[in-house]
Design a protein around this ligand. Structure first.
Ligand code: FE2
Length: 199
């Protein structure tokens, strides 16, 4: 779901912020997200997700090397653990509080929760390549900026309770594909009966 919600002036401001750090190396891009949150008026506007999706998503900037998107979450929580393919990136919380849950494959092959953290307004965290996570609102609202380098392709979505996962097409979000065309490849792993890592 894409939405051209940004003025040409704001898009130019984003491009200038990216250009200042070169736009290829992901490390300095975290500070670019702070810069965008401060200077691009539209990112402060709370957006309501479409009725059938857990979040509203708008691209701010995209090249072959880097993608920056804004996402606003509603109270729905239908998403699944996912990775970002071979991309790494940053997330910056603009408004609200996020619950961030990291997952890892345990010795028995099941996907288990590894760590859970709360991210408050202003938080900025790095998301390494191959990380499996969920990120959503801890309350009733959440507005975020994400940067990915390169733009996400071949995202993996995991259903730990069902013991299956899939690679999804680039137009699919962090949920099980709704159409066969969005499911690129399916795979299986041992079902997780408890997501807790405390065993
Ligand atoms: Fe993610």
């Amino acid at each position: 779901m894409e939405d051209q919600a940004f003025s040409p002036e704001s898009l130019a401001r984003v491009a200038a912020a990216v250009a200042r750090v070169g736009g290829r190396d992901i490390e300095p891009i975290g500070e670019v997200l702070r810069d965008i949150a401060r200077t691009v008026e539209e990112v402060r506007i709370a957006r309501t997700p479409p009725p059938d999706e857990p979040y509203w998503r708008a691209p701010l900037y995209r090249t072959h090397a880097l993608e920056i998107v804004q996402m606003c979450f509603g109270p729905a929580r239908e998403w699944l653990p996912h990775d970002h393919g071979t991309s790494s990136g940053w997330v910056h919380v603009i408004d609200g509080q996020a619950e961030h849950v990291l997952f890892t494959f345990a010795e028995d092959g099941a996907l288990r929760e590894q760590r859970r953290e709360m991210l408050s307004t202003g938080a900025l965290i790095f998301m390494p390549e191959r990380m499996i996570h969920t990120l959503g609102p801890a309350g009733d609202r959440l507005s975020t900026l994400f940067a990915y380098a390169p733009p996400i392709a071949g995202m993996g979505v995991y259903d730990p309770a069902a013991g299956c996962g899939c690679i999804v097409s680039d137009d699919c979000g962090a949920w099980w594909p709704q159409t066969p065309a969005q499911l690129v490849r399916e795979f299986r792993f041992p079902r997780t009966t408890s997501l807790s890592s405390g065993d």
